[in-house]
Structures are given as structure tokens and as C-alpha cells.
Write a protein that binds this ligand. Structure first.
Ligand SMILES: Cc1cc2nc3c(=O)[nH]c(=O)nc-3n(C[C@H](O)[C@H](O)[C@H](O)COP(=O)(O)O)c2cc1C
Ligand code: SF4
Length: 453
């Protein structure tokens, strides 16, 4: 339930005009009507084979109607073996283009832009489809969360994947979308190359930072060559790996200094913006930052049981009173206090913004107009992206535009939405935010209602 302070805080204010939140953001190849981006998030709304399902239209339109300037899509695999779970729409073939074209058309009707996140899981997956038993990664080591195996890629396979990203970008452009983002953050394929804690190669793709960045820079070059110089293209980067946040005996991984250098190289290679995140895996205590609802995980994690070498261990931990409290403690040990979650990546965004000349978008907990306004006025970043905070309040941008400081019932960062995703539709599962349980259920299931289209 929203605190009384927060309830008071949502009263309309009269911000001085013009409000920086509603100033258009001009990228080199794209103009967005305000500084608010829907950050990457979606449930398993699509078909098993990676073809799109109109449920995704319903989902994305909630945010377009709510007033964000642009939607950055969820994880869109450029090839089938790069899926994190089945039932996520891919961009692996030309026959996927019409689905995305229709999605873009519907989103555009609300004066909202649509940027596709081109992605590959590498070793970090959740539910392994029957047709993708083994992943491709820079390393043979399993991921730390679920323990899913992948095969170390050969240089020929790396070259093939570079081209798959370029073709994914071409398809996004042909679909009339407004840009593409590389999911080069949060433990997925690009992080596995970039991170000094994960990349154990001894060829030209491993070792020194310039070698670990080679795959990312090759993909940036190939995408730019394929889509031309006039198409928006950005990269999401984990500013800091914090790789030892949960397992203190592990290496720390990349520092902000490493990522500042990577961002500089990425800009030189042709990106138009940097989207700043954190963490060498997903989920991570700092992304999405908040509590870890182990009681919910005890019910939903079973969907992953057949997956990795650690899933049974994790499941037993979540199911065992005492052990799950230990896990919760270990996970939340390095999570910022609840009142520090909003804008937790801003210091790192500032460091990156000082190093590049392209706009910087920052993610992490944003849901208060004055916090966002201050970050923009202080030139810490040029825009903010919001995921859970918009799942909780789809119309938050419209509330800001009407002068509200916060939504009446802000997101509590409880992460029940996250932990429900393996088994249940994506939506807000924080019952205390709703008058009745039925109201919460209706909100979650609203994505299935044709009238929502
Ligand atoms: C359920 C869920 C799914 C997410 N999926 C993605 C994703 O596909 N790609 C990505 O880059 N980030 C993903 N994220 C991270 C969000 O985009 C966002 O950066 C992060 O949650 C911090 O923002 P927030 O505090 O507003 O939620 C996901 C987060 C959640 C909770
Ligand atoms: S379940 Fe709702 S309140 Fe909790 S983190 Fe997700 S969106 Fe926020």
C-alpha cells in the first residue's frame, strides 16, 4: 500500500514550464516526444515457435496509451537458439516482419515510437525449448542462476551470429519500427563476452577489454552497415557487473571505468544512444532492484525445474523454510534501501554521459516526477526508462503531464511481477496496491481482453 507520504506526494503540482520531462528528445535519427521510455519488459505472450501473438499488441498499447514517448521492446531473439524462454516473439526470419509492422503501426497511432531490442541469450536462459536444448556462448561454463549449459562458440559461429544481428536490424527497419537496441547488458550474450568475470576465452574475443568488446563492436559495425546511417540504433549496457553481489567469492567483473571505455568505442562504431543498466546476470539484486519474494518463487520456480543443473537446488531452497530466508538475505544483502532504488544507476549514467556525446537513457526505479526532472536538469541523463513502475501504473506519464508527482499507488519494488513470469501472465501482483484481490486479477488478465486492443 502506498505510504501516506507518497499519497500526499501525488497531488498535482505546478511545475515551471517548460517541463524538461516533456521536452522532445532529439537523437541523431529519431525524435521522441518526451523523456519517458517504457523499458524492456513483456511476458510469454507469443506463440511457442516465436511467431507473434496479438496479445503482445494489447500489452504494448497499454503503455503507448499511458503516454510514454517510446517503447523499447522486450528481449527479441535474433535466432531460435538465443531464446530465454519459448513464447517470446523473435525476429529470426523475414516472415516475422508483418507481425512487428502491425505492432509498430498500432503503437504509432498513439504518437509513441517503438524500438526493438535485438537479443541473444548465450548461456543465460530460463526455460529451454524442446528445439533449443543447448545454447551458444563465449564459454562452456553454465550460468550462475539456473546452471544452463551452452557450447563455446567457434569464431565461425561468432561471425554467423554477427550477421544474424545485422539481419534482425534490417527486418526491424523493414517493419517500419523506429530503431533497434542491442541487449548488450544484464548477463546475456554480449555481457558474457564483455565481462571479465565470465569471458574465459584465450583467442581474439577474450582477455583484454578490447578483445572482450570485439564481438559487440563487430555487431555494431555490421548492423550499421546493414541499416545505413539514418536509422536509430542504441546499446543497453551494464555500467557495472557487480558479479559478486550474490556469491561473494566470485570475481567482481567489469567496473564503471571498463564500461565508460566500451561506451566510447560503441559510439565510435556507430550507436546513437546508450541505455544504462547494471548487473552481470538477470535477475540481479540491482536489476530489477528490490526485494526477492521467495514465497512467490516457491510456487512459480517449478516451471524451470527441468532446465539447469542448479534449478533443483534453487527450488529446494525456495521450498524450505529457513533456507529460503538465507537465500533472501544473500540476495538482498547488496540491494539498496527501498528509498534509494529510484535512480540507483544515475551515478553510473553520469559517468557514461560525461564520456560520450550521444544521449544517455537511464533505467532503475523511476516513478517520481521531481526525481526524473532533476536528473534531466542536472544533465545526468537525457531520458529515463521505466519497467515495473509502468506495469504498476501504465498511465504514469499522463499523470506526470497532469502535474502529479507520483501515482497514487506507486510500485513497491516487491518483484512479484518478475518472479511470477515463469508461470503466470505478466502484470502487477502486489495485492496491497489493489482494493480487492479480484481487482488485481482483473488487471493481470486485462491483456487477454480484445477490448484492450
Ligand atoms: C519481468 C521483467 C522482465 C524484464 N525483461 C527485460 C528484457 O527483456 N530486456 C531488458 O533489457 N530488461 C528487462 N527487464 C529489466 C527492465 O527493462 C528494467 O531495466 C529494470 O526492471 C529496471 O527498471 P524498473 O525499476 O523501472 O523496473 C525486465 C524486468 C522485469 C521486471
Ligand atoms: S508486482 Fe507490482 S508493485 Fe511489485 S514490483 Fe511488480 S509492478 Fe511493482
Amino acid at each position: 500500500m502506498a505510504s501516506s507520504a507518497a499519497v500526499g506526494a501525488h497531488e498535482p503540482e505546478s511545475p515551471q514550464s517548460p517541463d524538461p520531462i516533456f521536452e522532445p528528445l532529439q537523437f541523431r535519427n529519431l525524435t521522441v516526444k518526451n523523456r519517458l521510455f517504457r523499458s524492456n519488459i513483456a511476458g510469454r505472450f507469443d506463440n511457442y515457435d516465436g511467431s507473434g501473438n496479438p496479445l503482445r499488441y494489447n500489452w504494448e498499447l497499454k503503455f503507448a496509451r499511458g503516454g510514454v514517448g517510446a517503447i523499447i521492446s522486450s528481449f527479441v531473439p535474433v535466432s531460435a537458439e538465443g531464446r530465454i524462454v519459448p513464447n517470446y516473439a523473435t525476429i529470426e526470419h523475414d516472415d516475422r516482419i508483418p507481425f512487428w509492422r502491425e505492432l509498430g503501426r498500432r503503437v504509432h497511432e498513439h504518437d509513441c515510437r517503438f524500438i526493438m531490442q535485438l537479443s541473444h541469450s548465450g548461456r543465460q536462459r530460463d526455460i529451454v525449448g524442446f528445439d533449443q536444448p543447448i545454447g551458444l556462448a563465449p564459454t562452456d561454463d553454465p550460468d550462475d542462476v539456473n546452471g544452463l549449459h551452452a557450447n563455446r562458440m567457434t569464431t565461425e559461429q561468432i561471425a554467423g551470429l554477427v550477421q544474424k544481428f545485422a539481419q534482425g536490424a534490417r527486418r526491424a527497419r523493414e517493419a517500419g519500427l523506429d530503431g533497434v537496441e542491442l541487449h548488450s547488458a544484464n548477463g546475456y550474450l554480449f555481457t558474457q563476452f564483455l565481462s571479465s568475470a565470465i569471458n574465459d576465452r584465450d583467442d581474439e574475443y577474450g582477455g583484454a577489454l578490447e578483445n572482450r568488446a570485439r564481438f559487440l563492436l563487430e555487431v555494431i559495425g555490421a548492423v550499421r552497415a546493414e541499416v545505413g546511417d539514418d536509422f536509430h540504433f542504441q546499446s543497453k549496457l551494464s555500467a557495472v557487473d557487480y558479479n559478486n553481489a550474490v556469491f561473494p567469492w566470485q570475481a567482481r567483473g567489469n567496473t564503471i571505468e571498463d564500461t565508460v571505455q566500451v561506451a566510447r568505442w560503441a559510439e565510435q562504431a556507430g550507436i546513437d544512444a546508450v541505455h544504462v543498466s547494471a548487473g552481470s546476470m538477470f535477475p540481479h539484486p540491482r536489476n530489477p532492484a528490490g526485494t526477492f519474494p521467495v514465497e512467490t518463487a516457491a510456487r512459480t520456480y517449478s516451471a524451470l525445474l527441468g532446465s539447469g543443473i542448479y534449478t533443483l537446488r534453487n527450488y529446494l531452497i525456495f521450498r524450505t523454510p529457513g533456507l529460503r530466508e538465507v537465500f533472501k538475505w544473500a540476495w538482498e544483502r547488496t540491494v539498496p534501501e527501498l528509498d534509494e532504488i529510484e535512480g540507483l544507476n544515475l551515478d553510473n549514467a553520469r559517468r557514461i554521459k560525461e564520456a560520450v556525446s550521444v544521449p544517455v537513457i537511464c533505467t532503475g526505479g523511476f516513478q517520481t516526477a521531481s526525481v526524473i526532472r532533476r536528473a534531466l536538469e542536472d544533465q545526468v541523463c537525457d531520458g529515463v526508462s521505466m519497467a515495473r513502475t509502468l506495469v504498476a501504473n501504465n498511465d504514469l506519464p499522463n499523470l506526470f503531464a497532469a502535474g502529479h508527482e507520483q501515482a497514487p499507488r506507486p510500485c513497491t519494488y516487491c518483484n512479484k511481477c518478475l518472479v511470477n513470469t515463469p508461470a503466470n501472465p505478466l502484470g502487477c501482483y502486489e495485492e496491497s496496491r489493489f482494493s480487492t484481490r479480484q481487482e488485481m486479477i482483473d488487471q493481470i488478465l486485462s491483456v487477454y481482453r480484445p477490448s484492450a486492443v
